[in-house]
Design a protein around this ligand. Structure first.
Ligand code: UDP
Length: 415
């Protein structure tokens, strides 16, 4: 059997303190209508990326609403995850010529077949996250009573044709597909139901719960930071689309105007990401050249609390992505009232609206310039922090996502 992640139950009522009453009432009422529904999310890693982060808080809240929710993780070896990383990159537009090879396509499908055989199929609704398990449904043709939803978490607005043509029939075998925004829906996707909903963060997990800023700064000091000097931080998987070298270049440029500036690069290794090791090594080489640049990972003790502390104690959070499905890290920093300078890419502009949009950047120079401006203007940081928290509170907390998903499921099940 596939690995089922062990999770508890949590109560949506705690959100009554932060969200509108109507929203929570609707979520509770959807839960009552769908009580007993057996729902299973499937993805390819239990840790180290946005999907895992989401499901850790999403599943317990669904359970608290009376839904019998689970999360199963598919298996794969290095070869499979190398292929699926190619598919992931290709959905975001990068070439992946290897898909021409019959052996590559066969390896992907053989893995999905093997996982389909091990899947616990006793559910009413499956939500398949991203391309890794996208062919599972194809291999379970007899399991037609369940509804299958494919959830895309990346910017697939301009996928690499050959890969998209390969994946499209498997995706179209689902009952519905979900994208973060309309713009991400590939033009020729042919499905009766295509829904859009942005991801969201949980306000109460150890990643986002309130911690006094003073305590956070102490924690950073224990790690070797000088708290009297400014700190900027980027938190993201070691992935080319997160542009870590762009961030490092912007930091170096900003440091000329802000001597003493310190940079923390916090990254994670996900089980389904074979490219992250090389990327980590290259960033580490850069960090070793500079006493004010620090690199941390989930393998060196950088857990949720630590990331929380960095997002709170940093003067500016940077997320210089060049492609981005959504960027939970942006919402996480904004929730903590920390100003963000981020790439004008994918789902990031959805979050950085109003005055925050002035800090969306298209180049290293612009990124450096905005960082410097914010470091010299704490009153602007303060204002942006408040605005950011308002935006997240209104649009990007998890009850809204639960509502959107349950509405979709209800309509798929025929009301
Ligand atoms: N994350 C983390 N530690 C790290 C790097 C990332 O906990 O070293 C978390 C981060 O806080 C966020 C998620 O992983 O919750 C990344 O989600 P995002 O949507 O930003 O990017 P993705 O990895 O899905 O592309």
């Amino acid at each position: 059997m596939l690995h089922k992640i062990s999770l508890g139950i949590s109560d949506i009522d705690r959100y009554r303190r932060v969200c509108h009453r109507e929203l929570i009432d609707e979520v509770v009422s959807l839960g009552e209508e769908l009580k007993g529904l057996r729902l299973c999310h499937i993805n390819s890693t239990p840790f180290g990326g946005g999907v895992a982060e989401l499901l850790v808080s999403f599943i317990p809240l669904l359970r608290g609403l009376g839904i019998s929710a689970d999360w199963q993780v598919i298996r794969g070896d290095h070869r499979f995850f190398t292929i699926t990383k190619g598919l992931h990159n290709a959905l975001q537009g990068a070439p992946f010529e290897a898909i021409k090879k019959e052996s590559i396509r066969r390896a992907y499908l053989a893995n999905n077949l093997a996982n389909a055989r091990e899947l616990d199929t006793d559910y009413d609704v499956f939500i398949i996250n991203d391309p890794q398990p996208a062919a599972l449904r194809h291999f379970l043709p007899d399991h037609n009573s369940a509804k299958w939803i494919w959830r895309c978490h990346v910017d697939s607005s301009q996928p690499y044709d050959m890969v998209w043509n390969f994946l499209r029939p498997y995706i179209e075998g689902h009952d519905a597909a979900v994208f973060t925004t309309r713009e991400f829906v590939p033009k020729d996707l042919c499905l009766a139901r295509i829904a859009t909903m942005a991801p969201a963060i949980c306000a109460f997990t150890s990643k986002n719960m309130f911690i006094e800023r003073e305590l956070c700064r102490q924690l950073l000091e224990n790690l070797g930071f000088d708290r009297s000097r400014p700190i900027i931080t980027q938190v993201s998987r070691f992935d080319r689309w997160k542009d870590p070298f762009g961030t490092i270049a912007a930091y170096r440029m900003a440091k000329k105007k802000v001597p003493g500036l310190q940079l923390a690069m916090i990254g994670s290794f996900a089980q389904d990401d074979p490219e992250s090791g090389d990327m980590y090594a290259a960033i580490n080489t850069e960090a070793n050249k500079d006493g004010d640049m620090f690199i941390y990972s989930n393998l060196t003790g950088m857990g949720n609390m630590e990331v929380n502390a960095f997002q709170r104690a940093s003067d500016v959070v940077v997320q210089k992505s060049i492609r981005e499905g959504f960027g939970l890290v942006v919402a996480e920093a904004l929730w903590k009232e920390t100003p963000v300078v981020a790439g004008n890419a994918g789902g990031i502009p959805l979050q950085m609206t109003g005055g925050l949009s002035d800090y969306l950047v298209d180049s290293i120079e612009e990124c450096a310039e905005k960082i410097v401006f914010l470091l010299y203007h704490p009153e602007v940081c303060h204002r942006l922090g408040e605005e950011g928290k308002r935006i997240v509170t209104k649009n990007f907390l998890i009850p809204r996502l639960i509502r959107d998903e349950l509405r979709l499921i209800k309509s798929l099940l025929g009301g």
